[in-house]
Design a protein around this ligand. Sequence first.
Ligand code: C2E
Ligand code: MG
Ligand code: MG
Length: 534
Amino acid sequence: RLSLEQSIGTRAFKYLHPDDAKLATRAFIDLARTPGASVRDLVRVVTDDGEVRDLEIVLTNCLDNHDVAGIILNGRDITEERALAEQLSRQALHDPLTGLANRVLFEDRLEKAHARAVLRGGVGAVFMLDLDDFKGINDVHGHLVGDQLLLAITDRLQQALSPSDTLGRFGGDEFLCLVEDLTSPGEVAAIAKRLLDVFAEPFVVSGVQVEQHVSIGIVVWDGSREDPDEITRDADVALYEAKRQGKGRFAIFTRTMHQEAVSRFALVQDLHVALQCGELSMHYQPIMHLLTNQVVGFEALMRWQHPGRGWVPPSVFIPLAEQSGLILELDAFALREAVGAAASWRPTEPHGVPPFVTVNLSAHQFREPKMVSMIEDVLMTSGLEPRRLVIEITEGVLLRDASEATNVITRLQERGVSFALDDFGTGYSSLSYLAELHPRVIKIDQSFVRPSTPSPRSDALLETIITLGDKLEITMLAEGIETAAQLQRLRLLGCELGQGYFYSPAVSSDQLTALLARTSQEWEHQLISSVTFP
Ligand code: C2E
Ligand code: MG
Ligand code: MG
């Protein structure tokens, strides 16, 4: 500190930091020439023990004031205040976990890089990296391991890049890097390859070995680009494309991609309208008892009749709805419609039970706390017995949100609702969940029922899956039965239920009445007549 006693009688200039002395002297001389004037400035001073401190000073020229006849200097020590401000601005610009540039700083650097390219020419690139299925790591190993993994990745990425490149993290599992002054077109792919290679070897964090892959979206830009603030947006579009082509790869942004992104965006807008204007409807595909040829249930499948494009398949609009958050409303609609319809179905045989209805719910539903009460409401309003509602979930749901999903599923099971595991065999192995959750039905994916190249191996797989269901006392349902031969094989293997074009595609509610009226003899007749003899 500058102590009062020690400084009395000394010259203020003695304390000035040598680097600030010149400017401060100049300002002092200027001020001394203008009576009544005052200046405010920041200077560094050196204390007697050699410590450098920041001082905010106000100098007031009172030379023409009789009582003072001098220059008054007011100083305030702001060293701590400045340190705090610096720390705050660091925090405002950096990601707290990795210390990398955050979105604000990254976009500022990008804007400056673009401005340089406008002035001097040169080509730059932005690489947007998104860790594939990172949420699964957090769920399986916990957030601590997740954070350690992000740090390990940061480390490797920094080594793969040059110090002049900017590496940033946009929260979660998204990293960005900005590379300036590319020298050849081949360099972009070379850098992308280097970034992908960062993930080739597994990471070992907290004693756990984790495989982590990454998808990369790339935008190459130069000074001719008019909208630098849209570069990261385009990187996102390219990233979407990289993921769509299969994960663990990179894609470079093109104008066509932009067109596609725009048309996806338009389709999402249309989907909002579709919900409001009744363009969506539920169709129902019969689920058959394979030995008795009775309709035991129906799978509710959504259909969209677009006024301009005609029929849009769910494989197109369901993923869009999932990305845009619209899926919650879509699935609520499906539940209301399907459960409402099922409530009016009568048994197909005298003394039989009415068919059940299965409804597909997206993984997103299992993160919705209101989901349980929503299903309860729908059941109550319709009067459908809970056991006639089967909810279809895919294996992915279980992997991504294991604990949350288990919780929701158990609560619904307690209320009498059943579950079916959809597309079984295509996702991650979730055999451990099977024991824990005991779904009522396993739906064997079409790829086993209808293999693209049938072989003894694919046959053995089908048989093994059916045996597994037997052992666990879970009803097995084969999806996508298209031929009499496939049906025959499933009957022999003891698969209980099935659905497929061989019986019927999904039909509208109007056509459903006719299907329900059919007796099992009539179904069998259809089957026999469809068998062609060589
Ligand atoms: P999924 O749940 O596995 O549904 C089975 C799909 O296979 C349906 O396609 C069905 O029409 C088709 N299919 C049935 N039998 C055969 C057959 O013998 N051969 C062939 N080639 N295909 C057959 P769809 O209706 O196009 O639905 C596709 C996917 O979209 C569904 O797969 C499901 O994951 C999703 N989806 C459909 N409706 C809804 C819904 O209301 N909500 C949600 N979240 N997803 C839905
Ligand atoms: Mg399904
Ligand atoms: Mg399926």
